[in-house]
Design a protein around this ligand. Structure first.
Ligand code: ZN
Length: 176
């Protein structure tokens, strides 16, 4: 299904989600037992993944609190900011392996950059000069992100894996 620019969410809905989040946190804190973990991730792993709501990285990879850095954005793209986080992860916090996860049915496959930017510009009255970075070929795009990270001068020479998560089956498919 294609995604499109949505009207602003009504404030009462946001408030409801906020109250619910705080209530959920009460339950979480009541059974929280991971207060003594060190800052560096225990499994020395950094994950870059799409922000898609159907991709729960911790569940998919069997990660627990304290195991890994998980960097997420729309598409799971190796943007400057994702690279910034990876550099900090490796240089200051000792991670030694990178996994990049994109997924089937990604929203980033469903729109054209210019159309959405034009729509946003006409709705807000301001120029939209931020590239939204959609893509049309999942595997190609994933390989490009892996290559961008691999060839980056500030990223250490560590194993980097590209994986497609299938939202239909829950399985990971290597793309190398
Ligand atoms: Zn996605």
């Amino acid at each position: 299904m294609a995604i499109s620019v949505r009207p602003d969410t009504h404030r009462s809905s946001q408030t409801t989600q906020y109250a619910r989040a705080l209530a959920e946190n009460e339950d979480y804190a009541a059974q929280f037992d991971r207060s003594s973990l060190p800052i560096p991730p225990g499994r020395k792993l950094a994950v870059l993944a799409c922000m898609d709501a159907r991709l729960t990285v911790e569940d998919v990879l069997g990660l627990r609190t304290g195991d890994a850095h998980i960097i997420r954005n729309a598409g799971g793209l190796a943007t400057d900011d994702a690279i910034r986080s990876l550099v900090i992860s490796q240089t200051l916090l000792g991670t030694e392996e990178i996994i990049v996860i994109e997924h089937t049915d990604c929203g980033m496959l469903t729109f054209k950059d210019e159309a959405v930017r034009n729509d946003l510009a006409s709705r807000t009255g301001s120029k939209v000069d931020l590239p939204l970075l959609p893509f049309s070929n999942l595997e190609e795009n994933l390989k490009r992100q892996v290559e961008t990270i691999r060839s980056h001068p500030w990223v250490k020479d560590v194993p980097i894996h590209g994986l497609v998560f299938e939202v239909e089956t829950g399985r990971l498919r290597p793309v190398d």
